[in-house]
Design a protein around this ligand. Structure first.
Ligand code: HEC
Ligand code: HEC
Length: 433
């Protein structure tokens, strides 16, 4: 749901001296890459790991406070081996990393070109576009916040595009059992593969009685994958943008302009949801998502076989029926969790349904969804959402608050600048196998 919009003057007043100096210097005097602008980072220390503690308790998973396991955690190492193990699908050949591919920033479509990933069997496709699994240790539990002044509550957190799962260690069973993903017939079949794996002895060393029951084995699998996914190296903070935030690198003039537009509430206003904290020299404060939900009304992806059925819709958040959380309420229909834009330039496809195949097109869409709807929706606006939910599409937040007869908030050049800035979010140190 839309975030509070801060006025441009407020943002200007609040921008810390160092960022402004960096931007002004760069835009005013051209490229100064060799002369990085220092930010004042002495007072800030990163939240540290808990040292030697290695077990990740299930109760803690998905909480923002989950401390990352130490770098040499044997469970994280085991989790990494499991993540890259191509024996774990039926037929063999598809690992977690086939879809969550390090070369694509742990997103990717496993060779498919329609917008969603191919599964382990020919002709089978995952339901949605693969999200990146980097930076997952910052995703909070699913929650609703009620505000008396608003008509409906704000949702945030939870895993998957619709936040339906709050425990990483439990979630990982789903791709393994999903017939359109890794297609294992049963939990026993998965446990059997782990028992005969190259790392079976390491599992025995780490977990007493790990192969005594299927449940023990699957629990150990979940804890290992969770330890790997929440490990420090899976949140690398090694992009040019991170170095800029730390005061150790400068952006080019075009990138700096893109960042300013990204933050400017009257222009891109992107950081209202893809959160950046201009006050902090800690990259952790700029995760490029607030993990909130929004109804962006991405166009229907007509390449998806399931979408040949006109009545087929992906309603996102309101699909996981949970009366206690009110997630079935109509205002959540069409809302998806805001993805972090870290490593976004490495993705193969964009948005929950993979409707876009280039980053520039995504930004063009934001700029012209309202001003030129015919360009995006061949039949009628918001064509991937049943009409009864069109009233909940976000039309109040820049950049897509313009009326049809107003000019777009972003010019072609400004779109280029934002795309150029998004390119600075690519990590240098993405862990491999
Ligand atoms: C065939 C492709 C495919 C394979 C294989 C696959 N995934 Fe995924 N993964 C997806 C898709 C698609 C989603 C999004 C599903 C949704 O939102 O409903 C996803 C979502 C996730 C998420 C949630 C991320 C977030 O930001 O909330 C995690 C964690 C995850 N997968 C881990 C794994 C693990 C671990 C494995 C291996 C056991 C695996 N995946 C195998 C396609 C795949
Ligand atoms: C009101 C909240 C909000 C604002 C403002 C916003 N976004 Fe998004 N963004 C989202 C949500 C939610 C999604 C996922 C939508 C979906 O898949 O249905 C998304 C998806 C994206 C994606 C695709 C990422 C991926 O992994 O597929 C990109 C790129 C992106 N936004 C860039 C931008 C840019 C650039 C701006 C500013 C011009 C912007 N966003 C403004 C909420 C927002």
């Amino acid at each position: 749901m839309p975030n509070t919009i801060v006025s441009p003057s407020l943002i200007r007043a609040a921008l810390p001296f160092t960022w402004m100096a960096a931007l002004a210097g760069l835009i005013g005097f051209g490229l100064r890459r060799a002369d990085p602008v220092r930010r004042d980072s002495h007072a800030l220390t990163p939240p540290d790991s808990r040292g030697s503690a290695s077990a990740v308790s299930k109760a803690e998973s998905a909480s923002a406070a989950t401390p990352p396991p130490a770098q040499d955690d044997p469970r994280a190492r085991l989790g990494q081996a499991i993540f890259f193990d191509e024996r774990l699908s039926r037929p063999a050949g598809t690992s977690c990393a086939s879809c969550h591919d390090p070369r694509h920033g742990y997103a990717g479509n496993h060779g498919a070109t329609i917008g969603v990933a191919a599964g382990s069997r020919p002709g089978h496709f995952a339901r949605r576009n693969t999200p990146s699994v980097l930076y997952l240790r910052f995703v909070r539990r699913f929650q609703l916040e009620w505000d008396d002044e608003k008509e409906y509550p704000e949702a945030s957190g939870g895993f998957f595009w619709d936040g339906r799962e709050s425990s990483l260690s439990r979630l990982v069973r789903q791709p393994l059992l999903n017939p359109d993903e890794m297609n294992n017939p049963s939990e026993q079949a998965i446990a059997e593969k782990l028992r005969s794996s190259a790392y079976a002895d390491a599992l025995r060393l780490e977990f007493d009685g790990v192969f005594d029951t299927t449940e023990n084995t699957l629990e150990a699998l979940g804890l290992c994958l969770e330890a790997f996914l929440t490990s420090r190296k899976m949140s690398p903070f090694s992009s040019k943008f991170d170095d800029f935030v730390r005061g150790r690198a400068a952006l080019t003039a075009l990138e700096g302009e893109g960042l300013a537009l990204f933050e400017n509430p009257a222009k891109g206003a992107c950081s209202g949801c893809h959160r950046i904290d201009p006050h902090s020299a800690l990259p952790e404060a700029s995760l490029l998502s607030d993990f909130g939900y929004d109804t962006v009304a991405v166009p229907r992806n007509r390449e998806l076989p399931k979408n040949r059925a006109p009545a087929e819709f992906d309603l996102g958040l309101c699909e996981h029926k949970d009366p206690l959380r009110h997630t079935e309420d109509p205002w959540f229909c069409g809302a998806f969790r805001t993805p972090s834009l870290r490593n976004v330039a490495l993705r193969e496809r964009f948005m929950h349904n993979g409707a876009f195949d280039s980053l520039r097109r995504v930004v063009e869409f934001y700029a012209t969804r309202n001003t030129n709807p015919a360009r995006w929706y061949p039949s009628h606006p918001f064509d991937d959402l049943p009409e009864r939910y069109h009233g909940y599409v976000n039309r109040s937040t820049p950049p897509y608050d313009q009326a049809a007869d107003e000019p777009p908030r972003l010019s072609d050049h400004e779109i280029d600048a934002i795309v150029s800035f998004l390119g600075t979010l690519t990590d240098r140190d993405i862990p491999g196998e």
